[in-house]
Design a protein around this ligand. Structure first.
Ligand code: COI
Length: 355
């Protein structure tokens, strides 16, 4: 057996908090498991990889992530199969994406041994926390940030990587109401829109708050240059069914390359459904709605899973989507994804990692 380049130390929590948690009544992102993974990059190498009881990290007010936003993150989920075995969904895709995000923000890559092996060990240790009711999962949140104590503007020489875990129910309990904003943009060509950078989410908060004050659940972002093409929702990528064809915005460089998005692009053809990645004008969706050919709209994300879109407010037009029961593909896709993730459907794409 070869020695690990990055040995993993494990300190177990003295007592589990699980008995005090109601896994049938969860608010998204509020409940954390007993353990977390933490690793440090310093002196040009990864070191001190450990699992320890969930708790505060000690950081200095001078760490550069707090000043200049050199911080990225991931979202992924673990499920249980009928035999009670923990399953991770596409963790290698998250590993690849965090390293793409890191590269955009001048951060060093995280080795597979630290990311994947660390996650597997964390999920193994906290596997009793994986909820099993339909729609629920153990949400894993890898965070990666600059932790050098310096306010000089340059890439940090020190970084902290951590993974925390929360049992969650569905992010959206009901079909979502979206509004198109003309006042703000999320991202633009050459920016950081395709990275899972913490700053992208901070930049979306004001538009999101204003949308919520007007009774919407979320913003549907248009492109940053012409405000003409549909991009994404911030919490999820978007898909539309026009006639028999499913369409989703192509990865333009300013859209997050969602792992659920990618999974649906691979799954749809196996269901005999034609799917296109291309530029989609918001006016095309409005025209399809007026012509009666817009049959459904849905979001796709790790937290959101497949979220049915109830309506889209666009200037003076409210696009009302049909009742969920009448939608052609999204309900079937949702079921197929749930079956895959919980081992009830054969893993034809090799997406599942058993813990
Ligand atoms: C995820 O889906 O994992 C995300 O990071 C979206 C976040 C807004 C909850």
């Amino acid at each position: 057996m070869t020695a690990r380049t990055h040995p993993l130390a494990i300190e177990r929590a003295a007592q589990s908090k699980l008995a005090s948690i109601d896994l049938n009544n969860l608010q998204f992102g509020r409940t954390f498991t007993d353990h977390m993974l933490v690793a440090t990059y310093d002196e040009d190498r990864w070191q001190d990889v450990r699992i320890q009881p969930y708790g505060n990290l000690s950081i200095s007010p001078s760490i550069s992530a707090l000043h200049y936003g050199q911080a990225v993150f991931e979202g992924m989920k673990a499920y249980k199969n009928a035999a009670g075995q923990a399953l991770l969904f596409r963790p290698h895709a998250n590993h690849a994406r965090i390293n793409q995000s890191a590269a955009r923000l001048c951060m060093p890559p995280i080795p597979e041994e630290v990311f994947i092996d660390g996650l597997v060990e964390l999920v193994r240790l906290d596997s009793d926390w994986i909820p099993t009711q339909p729609g629920s999962a153990l949400y894993l949140r890898p965070i990666y940030f600059a932790s050098e104590e310096s306010v000089g503007l340059r890439p940090s020489a020190r970084y902290t990587f951590a993974v925390i875990a929360c049992p969650v129910a569905s992010y959206y309990a009901e079909p979502v109401k979206l509004t198109v904003t003309r006042d703000y943009v999320r991202a633009f060509a050459g920016g950081t829109g395709a990275a899972k950078a913490a700053g992208n989410y901070a930049a979306s908060l004001l538009a999101d708050r204003e949308a919520k004050a007007r009774g919407f659940d979320n913003v549907l972002w248009l492109d940053g240059k012409e405000q003409r093409y549909i991009e994404e929702c911030g919490t999820m990528n978007v898909f539309f069914t026009i006639g028999d064809r499913v369409v989703t915005p192509a990865l333009s460089g300013s859209i997050l390359p969602g792992i659920t998005r990618d999974s649906l692009l691979k799954l749809l053809p196996t269901m005999g459904v034609e799917v296109e990645e291309r530029a989609i004008e918001i006016d095309e969706i409005a025209d399809a709605y007026r012509a009666g050919t817009l049959r459904e709209a849905f979001g796709a994300g790790t937290a959101a899973t497949i979220a049915h879109i109830a309506s889209i407010q666009y200037d003076d037009l409210t696009i009302e989507l049909p009742p969920v029961a009448d939608r052609p593909y999204a309900p079937k896709l949702s079921e197929a994804m749930a079956e895959l993730k919980t081992g009830r459907r054969s893993d034809e794409f090799g997406w599942i990692v058993r813990v």
